[in-house]
Design a protein around this ligand. Structure first.
Ligand code: ZN
Length: 138
């Protein structure tokens, strides 16, 4: 049996990360924008933490999927984040706020950009330091 095209050249660990992000996206709370985003991050413990966007009527309190996943991991005692996958339609790059939020935990984090408009194409793989080359640090 031939695997789906979306799984070609995608290591099993990244496939699991991508699948978790896609599943988390389905839990997004986005009644205002109707725009769903899923994320999944891999901590150094090997545990994967999902995240989704959670909107709020005040708009400004909305939290992105990436930050949601980080809060889930940190709430469980994880602070060493190795990789994150972001799944959405359109351009799957983290917003500026999320780039800085992720930078706090690992500037060299591997970021998988999963564009659901091209489900059969493996996620683009970049380093966070390429998306945010001079992030803020104290
Ligand atoms: Zn964001």
């Amino acid at each position: 049996m031939t695997p789906p095209a979306s799984n070609l050249n995608l290591p099993p660990a990244w496939r699991k990360l991508r699948d978790t992000a896609r599943a988390a996206r389905l839990n997004a709370y986005s009644p205002y924008s109707k725009y769903r985003v899923g994320a999944a991050l891999l901590a150094s413990s090997g545990i994967i933490y999902p995240g989704c966007n959670v909107e709020n009527a005040s708009y400004g309190l909305t939290i992105c999927a990436e930050r949601s996943a980080v809060c889930s991991a940190v709430s469980s005692g994880e602070k060493n984040i190795m990789e994150i996958c972001i799944s959405l339609t359109g351009t799957p790059v983290p917003c500026g706020a999320c780039r800085q939020f992720l930078y706090e935990f690992n500037p060299d984090m591997i970021v998988l950009l999963d564009n659901l408009d091209q489900e059969d194409v493996p996620p683009e793989v970049v380093r966070l330091s390429d998306l945010l080359p001079r992030g803020f640090r104290l």
